[in-house]
Design a protein around this ligand. Sequence first.
Ligand code: GRF
Length: 191
Amino acid sequence: MSLKKIVVLFSGEGTNLENIIKKLHKKSFGLDNYEIVAGITNKKEANGIQICKRYDIPFYIIEHKNYPSREEFDTKLVETINSLNPHLSVLAGFMRILTPIFTKNIKAINLHPSLLPLFRGKNAIEKSFHSDMKVGGVSVHYVSDELDGGEIILQECFKKEENETLQSFTKKVKSLEYKLLPQAIIKILGE
Ligand code: GRF
């Protein structure tokens, strides 16, 4: 048995964080035991902090507004992550543009609520819903220098119904996220 350590970065609700904890934390896959060793957030009001507390996961609040530049913020993130020595960092709703200081030093994946390379950046769910595409989707990709642009690890789509509302569309995105992100983590850590 070997221990596979995961760090999760989040900025908001943390529903994907909770999903990963429920599905992977202290569970075995193949010959490995998975552990979420810490959560990191850039927002002290992020609900994900309550989730960390509930599941007894250590967490770090590193507020970007306390750093004069993106590079200095990223340096602190990198130091914190490296001190935890994880096998993988997972961005689950972490709303910051990262500089090469982060992307060149940390092995990380990101969850994005669209079929990349379409609808990169913010408000991807709304953009994808309002587009004339007949499908929506979710992507998990490696974090690179390019925003939402790294190599795609897993990606899946679903049908946009004629009577689809933004609410029902968002629900489909979320449930696909809850399926794909744990799968992507297991895929990478199992390699
Ligand atoms: C997800 O939709 C993810 O795709 C995007 O941010 C959202 C985070 O949601 N990057 P939650 O905080 O996990 O509920």
